[in-house]
Design a protein around this ligand. Structure first.
Ligand code: SF4
Length: 751
């Protein structure tokens, strides 16, 4: 029987934790674990560059870290040869050096202890003791319940090495929030349509497009480096930009058309655009005839989806819907309806992404210049190790047979479901390793995450910073930052295949260690030495590089190495050759046989979503150019640029509530959850009256993040309701509504 864990709460005001009656963490006695502010000496003109690629976001731009003669890292700049950055880093990448110098970093392994009065605390431990304890717990779990009862949550490049350990251990339960909480719906939708997905970085040919359509996509605020550069180039070239967003985003402010759509109605707009393009015969007839399946069914399906019908739903006037459809058709095939990235909104997100894929298909944009290009990557051989053991069970056993058949990644929320005991389940997870992801901010429904954690036998957190999740750990393993370690080579696909090297610019500070060392040491203790037959990661990288005619020594000199494309097919369908797609019909499926076979709508339909009650407003959230998720909010360089978020409120609404610009207020959601901290009101015409907007990643409740603590409001804690996408298990998070409080009612309770 599972014993409910007594777990540690790191924060002072977390709502879900309080509701579960968790004890408060005592950080006394870990003073040495958090060092004094680094005294950085004056600048030195003799700087040595070390190649790296940025870890501040998943774009992984390659650059150079410059180190002075005292061994201090002074600056990071882009690598000219890198297609991800073209030699320029975004503000976050340049400020990434702040992660290295952050005085709040985790500095030694920590083990949770308990005082006689039952309160929990962290004590410092040696690596030997901490690793022995993790291995002991993993071994016990493996013997008593099977290795499949372990799960890994991972984010970032370093997670690959921990994944290798977990696969060697025998568990298939390796997940990242980037699927079910972010891009999963578009991957499933594009695969159902084209037989392949959009990839990361997206294969969008923004550089050569003549008409770019952004639907809720925050390019410009979401600093996907070369996408932004290409968008500027497209604007300079006179391309038409059409932005659909309830908010006048940065992209919208640079657009020819801003369509301030009523939230949750995007599918109606997409169907109306498809209607206009088909019924006015503006589609690419040759492309559609040659490559697509189900055109007549689609034509019938959108027969009544007129702009007039869509107007009543979206509030976008019919003549604007027609005019924008004409713009797309006039530019086609050099038109790009961008698939977006964070697309888990309302629970029918795979179908919305399908509508985007279909609109692209009838305009003939896939695999064509100015639409979607065909990327290539460098294939590196894997260092020889034994095959992984074959798991007998997986997280999917937490669901009825056949559920999520179209999902080819592990759902993070599925891991939570499989961790909460249920007598009907054949798979019950009991141990988690969390690598580099703050689950308190990256997963919705904090209450459920906490319930799952409460049922764990053990939780190990590997991180560089004391993020909120660290407070719930039994054992904390401090990793060094990306500037202090080697990682696997970056092989991401692009127009030109390229490799990028990350090597240490400095020795790891404090008692921190790189992920590869942690994985190897745990492997040794678990009897998995054969999976780590190398001395260090340099040996692996050099072996891989020599197999493709390079070497570690060469990469240390150049940082990025470009390779010639194997095939001359950047835009394979430009001249309409014969081509077979990897779908059931071998065609681009406007009518999806795969979705049909699984019992889902083969073509997207508009469904009405719940609306806010009177006095409540839809909570939208997004990005800022100077921060990534919640992981950068304590970085002093970026904190200087933006140290809190604000809540955007339409002036009419602000007037109604007598809220002034700059006034601090609290937000309360439909389930009565109140933001832990107050947030500044930004009264602006740039948002519709029915919505409010927050930048994600603020409102940290962990006092050990000395700069980020208590700054702004956390959208994550207000997202207590999700709408699950039935096709792929994505968590639609934009069905939450908030109202305003001018006082914090909890103050009265305390008094
Ligand atoms: Fe770093 Fe910015 Fe590139 Fe992301 S886009 S990897 S933060 S430089």
């Amino acid at each position: 029987m599972t014993t409910r864990r007594d777990f540690i709460k790191i924060s002072t005001a977390g709502t879900g934790a309080a509701a579960l009656g968790l004890s408060v963490l005592n950080w006394n006695g870990v003073g040495k674990a958090f060092a004094e502010v680094e005294n950085i000496p004056a600048s030195n003109t003799e700087l040595t560059p070390y190649p790296t690629y940025c870890e501040v976001c998943f774009w992984k731009c390659a650059g150079w870290a410059y180190v002075d003669t005292n061994g201090k890292i002074r600056k990071i700049i882009g690598n000219e040869d890198d297609p991800h950055s073209n030699g320029r880093l975004c503000p976050r990448g340049t400020g990434g050096i702040g992660m290295y110098y952050d005085e709040d970093r985790l500095k030694t392994p920590l083990i949770r202890g308990k005082k006689p009065d039952g309160t929990s605390y962290f004590r410092e431990a040696s690596w030997e003791e901490a690793l022995d304890l993790v291995a002991e717990k993993m071994d016990k779990l493996r013997k008593e319940h099977g290795p499949e009862c372990l799960a890994l949550f991972s984010h970032g490049t370093g997670g690959k090495m921990i994944s290798h350990l977990v696969k060697a251990y025998g568990s298939p339960n390796i997940t990242a929030p980037s699927f079910a909480q972010c891009r999963g719906p578009r991957e499933v939708a594009f695969t159902a349509t084209y037989g392949e997905d959009v990839m990361s970085p997206e294969r969008t040919d923004i550089r050569d497009t003549k008409c770019l359509v952004l639907i809720g996509s925050h390019i410009g605020e979401n600093m996907h480096n070369n996408q932004i550069q290409e968008m500027s180039q497209a604007i300079d070239n006179g391309s038409t930009i059409i932005t659909v967003d309830p908010r006048l985003s940065t992209a919208a402010s640079h657009s020819k058309y801003w369509l301030p759509i009523k939230p949750a109605t995007d599918i109606a707009l997409l169907l109306a655009w498809i209607h206009v393009i088909i019924y006015e015969e503006l589609y690419d007839k040759d492309y559609v005839e040659k490559y697509t399946f189900g055109f007549e069914e689609l034509k019938e399906h959108v027969k009544n989806s007129t702009p007039e019908w869509a107007y009543g739903i979206t509030t976008i006037e019919p003549h604007i819907i027609r005019r924008t459809a004409h713009e797309m058709a006039a530019a086609a095939p050099r038109t790009l309806i961008h698939p977006g990235r964070h697309v888990t909104w309302y629970g029918d997100d795979t179908q919305r992404s399908r509508a985007i894929a279909i609109l692209n298909a009838i305009l003939g944009t896939w695999d064509r210049r100015g639409g979607f290009y065909n990327p290539e990557k460098v294939h590196l051989p894997s260092y020889p190790t034994p095959p992984y053991p074959k798991p007998k069970r997986s997280w999917k056993d937490a669901y009825p047979p056949g559920k999520y058949n179209l999902v080819n990644e592990v759902l993070s929320t599925g891991i939570c479901d499989a961790t909460i005991p249920n007598p009907d389940l054949s798979c019950h997870l009991r141990g988690w390793i969390v690598y580099g992801t703050n689950l308190m901010a990256s997963l919705p429904e904090q209450q459920k995450t906490l319930e799952a954690i409460a049922n764990l036998d053990f939780l190990v957190v590997i991180d560089t910073m004391p993020m909120d999740i660290v407070g719930y750990a039994d054992i904390v393993l401090p990793e060094c930052t990306y500037l202090e370690r080697y990682d696997y080579l970056r092989t991401s696909p692009h127009r030109e295949p390229a490799l990028a090297l990350r090597m240490p610019a400095s020795e790891p500070k404090y008692e921190t260690k790189p992920n590869w060392w942690i994985a190897k040491e745990l492997g040794k203790r678990l009897g998995l030495e054969d999976y780590f037959p190398w001395e260090n990661i340099e040996e692996v990288l050099d072996w891989q590089l020599k197999k493709i005619g390079s070497s570690l020594e060469e990469m240390q000199r150049i940082g990025v190495k470009k390779f010639k494309r194997k095939y001359d097919d950047l835009y394979p369908l430009d001249n309409l050759p014969d081509y077979e797609f990897n779908t059931n019909t071998g065609k681009i499926e406007l009518y999806s046989t795969e979705l049909d076979a699984e019992g889902f709508d083969p073509m997207p339909k508009y469904t009405h979503h719940p609306e806010p009650e009177e006095g409540y407003y839809r909570l939208n959230y997004g990005r800022a150019p100077m921060h990534t998720f919640s992981r950068t909010s304590n970085n002093h360089n970026l904190w200087d640029l933006m140290n809190e978020n604000s809540v955007w409120i339409n002036p009419k609404v602000a007037e109604l509530w007598e809220i002034k610009n700059g006034q601090y207020i609290w937000l309360k959601n439909q389930d009565g959850i109140i933001s832990s901290f107050s947030v500044k009101a930004r009264v602006t015409e740039r948002i519709r009256w029915d919505s409010v907007y927050l930048v994600h990643g603020f409102g940290h409740t962990n006092k050990k993040l000395t700069r980020a603590y208590g700054r702004g409001a956390s959208d994550s804690e207000l997202v207590t309701k999700i709408t699950m996408d039935p096709i792929m298990g994505g968590t639609g998070m934009r069905g939450n509504f908030v109202t305003f409080l001018k006082e914090d009612p909890r103050k009265e309770v305390k008094a």
